[in-house]
Design a protein around this ligand. Structure first.
Ligand code: IVH
Length: 713
């Protein structure tokens, strides 16, 4: 090669190495050091050289990641080493039993000591992350079997075969024995090295998971929808769909990542099996050195207790991870021990998957019911074949609104994906189109509910709005119940003990029509309701009584005015200072409130202009409900959230006066002492409550102490 072109050739090789190094920084280390534009510039430079010297183009050049022609179908691939699956565990007992099985089998084969030995260094990412000491052996004498604990990635298993350091073939898992050749698609993943770094064995099969990060998924779906394409149901489906593309140019546009967690065949040039490292942890580090992103979060744990701690920690951190995981995996670290433990059926005995309660499951959509909300919104609710998801059995899930149903193309009779993550309300994510029966029926809200299903009033769906509403207002019992439930809720009047069931009975029986009717309920009457003893009836009446002194903002919020959430209620209360002023305000006056725009102002004004709402407010006032000016309370509720007990005779304050002061300061007064009591205020002749306070270690104050709490000196 002439020297001038020799220099160009050197530059080309340097560019390729540089580009792959940036790929690793971006996709493996998650720490890019150049901008996308700078990266593109390097690619342009490389392409220019390759165009001028087509004979220099090699398959492992970064320019060759995309480019293969579309396939008509995927070729079958026989796995040189079977791709196994894992046995699943769900409970702590399952894990203890697993650890006992492993320990017993290793004891029998004389490998227990070797398998429990704490290696003198913990390697890999766990050590880098300073996690080496997170899960130390429980006791020096009995450290327990050493396991590598890893995330169980929620993606698709693939096997990458490298021959002489170059990516030769990539395959799906298939049935474990035979998969499909997806080499052209896998080549487009920039986290997959086309060429291994360093000294590679003759054959190396790297196994791991292809997945899509949640943020990438959201971005991809937004783009799908913007283009008029159907969104994907979840990141796993999106990843699977992307790998199934026959045209690798499509896969290239999908943000997929690969994380390695294992290996298949490893051979030297003579075809002999190699085992270059003695532990799983060291094997993973060995793989990392070739340029792979390897099982982030992996941690060495000794014994079942440490595994369970890992499970708890990862479970708590799960929502914050950039990608979905559906559990964790534990693998015996010592490779000789792994070999001795061997396999049963298709799963190894040396490893187990400890699953989190699934956050997504599929089930049948049996029907769509319509519920009426507080503001009259007709809300479609999915009636489901019961399914265990997110730790509970779900029979209903929200479908949000009619447009959502059509956007997702959910039909009655479909198999649907149901999601329940944490404490959120279960929702129908979307249909599994492959399983749609011929007789699946689209849902039509107007046909299902020509009038309100609860009260028969007309329904309307204003132009440009997604929601159909019942026009019946408080005539509609469903809206009445929801209104009461909302008014009693913690951020509103905070009436403890007024639950859904009781509200339902009070409304259905005609005893309570509006919020004001609550204030006429007596102990004896309430105690006749099912599951209401005299004691709980008394407590409820006390709670209702207490709610006669809400802050103005809580009362405004409690009224359930459309568009008036907590913050707006507070803004309005601060601005007007009294209920009277709010009642007299014009629409323009409401517009003067900071952060209140025309829609909100109109809504509030309309609410107070309506005769029946004014009647309710008047009835509340007649029942002694007297909101406290915000200024008097603003930021100055020294007893907020505290419960006090008064006992004995105080020197200057009567029981009523003391109670009022405590309530005004945001506190509650209770008749009995418990561990939840913040203080007991005791006067002359205090009796058993004082004794109880001392027993439970509840602080006891005299009147001066109470005054000090109230800020009165
Ligand atoms: S090891 C010999 N490790 O889980 C054991 N699998 O249920 C082979 N998976 O098909 C698997 N994360 O798709 C292993 N850290 C991890 C994993 C993992 C996810 C998947 C993999 C496998 C399935 C088995």
């Amino acid at each position: 090669m002439p020297s001038a072109s020799g220099a160009v050739f050197d530059h080309l090789q340097q560019l390729r190495a540089e580009i792959e190094a940036h790929n690793r920084r971006y996709y493996v280390d998650d720490a890019p050091i150049i901008s996308d534009a700078q990266y593109d510039q390097l690619m342009v430079e490389l392409q220019a050289i390759e165009q001028a010297h087509p004979d220099w183009v090699t398959p492992d050049s970064p320019t060759q990641r995309v480019g293969a022609a579309p396939l008509s179908h995927f070729q079958p691939v026989h796995h040189a080493v079977r791709m196994l699956s894992l046995a699943n565990a769900f409970t702590a007992e399952d894990i203890q039993a697993f650890d006992e099985r492993v320990s017993a089998a290793l004891a029998e084969s004389g490998l227990l000591a070797a398998a429990t030995e704490a290696p003198d260094t913990v390697t890999g990412q766990a050590a880098q992350a300073g996690q080496a000491d997170l899960f130390p052996p429980a006791a020096a004498a009995a450290p327990g079997v050493a396991y590598m604990a890893e995330y169980k990635f929620d993606g698709l298993a693939v096997s990458l075969r490298y021959e002489a350091g170059r990516l030769a073939q990539a395959a799906t898992r298939g049935d474990g024995a035979d998969g499909e050749d997806i080499t052209a698609n896998i080549r487009t993943l920039r986290s997959v090295p086309l060429r291994l770094l360093g000294e590679a064995p003759a054959v190396l099969e790297v196994r791991g998971e292809v997945l899509m990060a949640r943020a990438d998924f959201t971005r991809l779906n937004d783009a799908q929808v913007a283009r008029g394409d159907k969104p994907f149901v979840n990141p796993r489906n999106a990843a699977a769909g992307s790998l199934r593309q026959l045209d690798p140019r499509v896969t290239a546009t999908r943000p997929l990542r690969f994380y390695a967690y294992g290996w298949g065949q490893v051979q030297d040039a003579a075809g002999r099996a190699l085992q270059p490292r003695a532990t799983h942890a060291d094997m993973l580090d060995w793989l990392a050195a070739f340029g792979f992103a390897v099982s982030p979060g992996r941690t060495l744990c000794h014994g079942a207790d440490a595994l369970l701690r890992f499970y708890e920690q990862v479970g708590a951190a799960r929502a914050g991870l950039p990608y979905g995981i559906d559990g964790v995996v534990y693998k015996v670290n010592d490779l000789r021990a792994q070999a001795v433990l061997g396999f049963v059926a298709r799963a190894p005995r040396f490893a187990i998957a400890h699953k989190f309660p699934a956050q997504e499951e599929t089930t049948r959509l049996l029907g769509i019911d319509v519920q009426v909300g507080r503001t009259g919104a007709l809300t479609p609710v999915a009636r489901l074949q019961p399914v265990f998801v997110g730790g509970v059995t779900v029979t209903n899930a929200t479908l949000h609104n009619e447009d959502e149903i059509h956007r997702k193309d959910v039909r009655i009779g479909d198999t649907v994906v149901v999601r329940r993550a944490g404490d959120v309300i279960p929702e129908v994510v979307g249909p599994v189109l492959d399983l749609r029966p011929a007789d699946a029926r689209p849902f039509d809200l107007a046909a299902a509910c020509p009038v309100c299903p609860e009260c028969g009033s007309a329904v309307e769906r204003p132009e440009g709005e997604a929601i159909t509403r019942c026009t019946g207002g408080l005539f509609c019992p469903a809206q009445r119940k929801q209104t009461l439930w909302h008014a009693a809720s913690r951020k509103a009047l905070d009436i403890d003990g007024l639950g859904d069931k009781l509200i339902e009975q009070l409304v259905d029986g005609g005893r309570v029509r509006t919020l004001a009717d609550l204030y006429g309920l007596g102990e004896l009457e309430l105690s006749t309701y099912p599951r209401m003893g005299l004691k709980s009836a008394q407590n409820l009446v006390r709670e209702i009584d207490r709610s006669r002194r809400p802050s103005l903002s809580r009362l405004l919020y409690a009224l359930g005015i459309r568009h008036v959430g907590e913050t707006t209620a507070r803004d309005i209360a601060r601005h007007f200072g009294s209920l009277q002023a709010v009642l007299q305000a014009s629409e323009d006056d409401f517009l003067q409130v900071p952060d209140v725009g025309p829609v909100v102002a109109a809504s509030i004004h309309r609410f107070f202009a309506e005769a029946h709402n004014r009647e309710v407010v008047a009835a509340l006032q007649a029942a002694g409900v007297e909101p406290q000016a915000e200024a008097a309370l603003a930021g100055d509720k020294p007893l907020a959230g505290k419960t006090l007990v008064l006992t004995g005779t105080l020197p200057t304050l009567s029981r009523d006066e003391a109670t009022r002061l405590v309530l005004a300061a945001g506190g509650k007064v209770s008749g009995s002492v418990s561990r939840k009591t913040a203080w007991v205020v005791a006067g002359e002749e205090a009796g058993s409550k004082l004794v109880k306070a001392q027993e439970l270690g509840v602080p006891v104050l005299d009147e001066a102490g109470l005054q000090a709490l109230l800020g009165g000196g």
